[in-house]
Design a protein around this ligand. Sequence first.
Ligand SMILES: Nc1ncnc2c1ncn2[C@@H]1O[C@H](COP(=O)(O)OP(=O)(O)OP(=O)(O)O)[C@@H](O)[C@H]1O
Length: 226
Amino acid sequence: MQLEVDHLTKVYPGKRGLLATSFKVEKGECIAIVGHNGAGKSTLLKILANWIVPDSGRARVEGIDLKNRLALVRKIGFVPETPNLFDLFSVEYNFRLFARLFQIPFVRIEKALKEFDLLSFRHTKVRELSKGLKQRVSIGRSLLPDPPLLLFDEPTSGLDFEMTKEIYKLLKGLHVSGKTILFTSHRPEEIQTLATRIMVLHQGGLVFDGPPGTYFQSEIHENLYA
Ligand SMILES: Nc1ncnc2c1ncn2[C@@H]1O[C@H](COP(=O)(O)OP(=O)(O)OP(=O)(O)O)[C@@H](O)[C@H]1O
């Protein structure tokens, strides 16, 4: 089992963040996490990415506990909804900083620049890039340690049609290459295009976990978009 989540819980003052959520993920799955605003989707991803600490529960990636933060840098890549890049630095320098911080060989930078079609932007400051390009840089950086598990928080949020299609292609390619993917989404067509499994969160709780076919015929889907 690639990812085991066991009763993960995070409660914010006066609000349900995530309530005792448990599930297991096998290698190669591409899971869409859906639900209304405030359902707990980002909270779940941020806990798995070690951005926030859960109140209770545990999670393991390929047997490694979430608490082992340094080891998990090589296991999990996280692409937040808003890229957390250094805007004043070039694309290449952003990659270099990340690589140095986590002792990733610099050869991987060249590989990532090539793979993500960023060679011609390597010396461009991030703040000068379009939203779609920034997203590509953010995805490229998350892949520098070559992690088997990728987490995307609303990967196409705010992108235009062309950029959205480009990101779909990228995500599909990553999935085909064997990566396991969890992504949050509000877009039915995105879920339909990419997901092999759907999980629905409602007020912090997991209320559906199953295949896309079952989900799209369910009342849960109808109610979500009613
Ligand atoms: N740092 C925080 N402090 C207090 N409450 C928070 C914090 N982060 C999230 N919450 C609350 O926790 C709940 C779950 O938030 P979360 O961001 O995980 O939802 P979401 O499903 O990702 O929503 P969206 O689709 O709008 O991104 C919400 O009620 C939210 O207001």
